[in-house]
Design a binder for this molecule. Sequence first.
Ligand code: SAH
Length: 346
Amino acid sequence: MKEIIQDLSAAEIAALVAEYGEQKYRAGQLYRGIMRGKRISDISELSKPFKEKLLERFEDEPVRIREVLTSSDGTEKYLFELADGNIIEGVLMSYKYGRTQCISTQVGCRMGCAFCASGLNGLIRNLTAGEILAQILVVNARFGGTAEKRAVTNVVLMGSGEPLDNYDNVVRFLKNVTAEGGICISARNISLSTCGLVPKMYDLAEEGIPVNLTVSLHASSDEERERIMPVAKAYKIADILKACDHYFDKTGRRYIFEYSLIAGENADKEHAARLVFLLRGRPCHVNLIRLNEVKERHLRGISEKEAYRFLGELEKGGLSATLRRRTGADIGGACGQLRASRLKEE
Ligand code: SAH
């Protein structure tokens, strides 16, 4: 694979343009073109010889939209193809205030959560910062969005992969996506979801990019959590809570817990009570998710009524909590489901 120009910051693009002996203002043209989701070969302001030189070294289209599925509720599911032929997926949800895009950070995942389809074949490779960014750039362009008038307004790192397991590339991505002069999505409109890699949560607090921190909790005790999330053997819930509090101290951002309700595992009254005991008084919110059942996995979800009952218990206990609206369930909305189904067809 060639290099990926979307990895570069504006300053690095300027250095690149100087290196090729082009005039300074070309840097702005190149950077703006890229931020508009254009291929290098489609940036009309640049000379053909310069573009040819760039194309010897850089991928023209590191992330290509290969397929878009539209759900009955308007949610779109994307299948992106990378330059090496790997595929990743993403989701776009439209709201009154704008559009939220869910992006991937790795091809596959090595965390091995029992309910998740992303890790079915393990980790294939990390995405580069530019491959993470380009997912947004191409979708933003598809809706006629520019850097100044964005069609994609919010971003969640909740596609395939564990973002903090690809730390350096994800932080570079966060710097580039929030940079002024670029697509410039504010950190407060970005959510990063982690299965709880505690040391990296501390590192993230130091980066000066106050994104919303979301942690996949999915259990009210360490024993329960270990049954469904191998990472729980390395990091205890108490340590996760400490890291969250540190993140709050550093950034002032309330943190969020994801809790996917699984029948017989974590969805009974006693679990709700334990969760209340764990989280009461903390600056956090609990996002309940009804399990998207994955064929290859054996876990089962609970009914909507039961989910509301669980939510009621949390609210009664004084927690801030919501049951996430189910979107895109008819198009393989859960992490890795679509990719898994397409891999099987190939
Ligand atoms: N690796 C990160 C990012 C994934 S975010 C993390 O673990 O947080 C996607 C969220 O959906 C996570 O909370 C994940 O645990 C959850 N999830 C994955 N598969 C699911 C499924 N089949 N049903 C419901 N939630 C699921």
